[in-house]
Design a protein around this ligand. Structure first.
Ligand SMILES: Nc1ncnc2c1ncn2[C@@H]1O[C@H](COP(=O)(O)OP(=O)(O)OP(=O)(O)O)[C@@H](O)[C@H]1O
Length: 301
């Protein structure tokens, strides 16, 4: 039996996903009370959330902190607890919920709440991308642009994301990159360059198949510019864990990387679902075993 988690903090993002959260707090509180746990709540505001959460955690001893929101909320809580023994729980309530899917957390609220008492702990690597914390996936290029447009708009949910991607695809101009890692050097144009600790985007696109969140390395997953005629085949491979079989893809496994965009002083980078304008070169470092996550125990044989 795992240790009992008695005092739980739930970090709630009121705007994540396209999800009505009116009854969420009452549902969580009732679930915890019934099982002899205490539930406290921290509501994100979108302003200084990391500093406020860190301060709160410094004043109150909890046994676990649950992120109830999307990838941005999960990343916020993950950063607040990373490097400590405090485990992260996830109640997936965003548009994509990438990390929760990658570690097998149920996507329905009550099923995910079971992790408050029935869990095992998995210790994951995290990344620093241009100094920013990343637990899941970061990228430069097409997807970063779509995430930025999504962030600037008012519509949430997967439908809005697909609508923006379809609008932007035809006019998108791939950029050139120069990459140095602890193992190799690569120069060329890319439609998209993913910095992958994990395997799968919340959209179920498998950008980095058969890799692990706890293997002490990450992968740079490159998609070269491709003709329109190649798009359906490429998309098919991305949804069937076949990334390496395309003529337009390449993966660079590494522990450290420096990404330069020749001629540019800054570059748009999507980090755990949030867009950031970062100075180049962008350095990426792995932080092995830095995050403890509550995941479902292995199914009994
Ligand atoms: N009270 C709030 N009002 C406005 N924005 C907020 C508030 N709380 C958090 N945010 C913003 O919400 C964003 C994080 O949202 P989150 O990623 O959790 O959900 P999502 O974007 O809908 O889902 P996903 O990332 O899975 O697609 C951050 O940009 C954060 O600043």
């Amino acid at each position: 039996m795992p240790a009992q988690l008695r005092h739980l903090l739930f970090v709630l993002n009121p705007i994540s996903g396209d999800v009505d959260k009116t009854d969420l707090e009452a549902t969580i509180a009732a679930y915890c009370t019934e099982r002899g746990r205490t539930a406290s709540f921290f509501h994100t505001t979108g302003q200084q959330d990391l500093a406020q959460l860190q301060q709160h955690l410094g004043r109150h001893p909890y046994d676990a902190v649950f992120a109830a929101g999307g990838d941005g909320t999960v990343s916020l809580v993950a950063e607040a607890v990373s490097g400590s023994s405090l485990p992260l729980g996830i109640i997936p309530l965003g548009s994509g919920n990438g990390l929760s899917k990658d570690v097998g957390i149920p996507q329905e609220v009550t099923a995910a709440l079971r992790l408050t008492w029935d869990y095992t702990i998995r210790t994951l690597d995290t990344l620093r991308v241009g100094g920013l914390f990343a637990a899941h996936l970061a990228d430069i290029g097409f997807n970063a642009l779509i995430v930025q447009k999504f962030d600037q708009g008012n519509a949430r949910g997967p439908g809005a994301y697909v609508r923006i991607a379809t609008q932007e695809y035809a006019a998108y101009q791939p950029a050139a990159y120069h990459i140095e890692t602890d193992r190799e050097t690569w120069t060329g144009e890319a439609f998209m360059l993913t910095i992958a600790n994990a395997t799968t985007f919340g959209s179920n696109v498998v950008i980095n198949p058969h890799s692990q969140l706890d293997d002490g390395q990450f992968e740079l997953c490159l998609i070269a510019p491709f003709p329109n005629t190649a798009a359906p085949g490429l998309l098919y491979r991305l949804y069937t864990s076949d990334f390496d079989d395309s003529d337009y893809t390449r993966r660079l496994p590494c522990r450290w990387a420096r990404i330069t965009v020749p001629g540019a002083t800054e570059v748009l980078v999507q980090v755990d679902g949030e867009p950031h304008q970062l100075p180049t070169p962008v350095e990426v470092h792995i932080q092995p075993g830095s995050l403890r996550v509550l995941v479902p125990p292995p199914a009994a044989a």
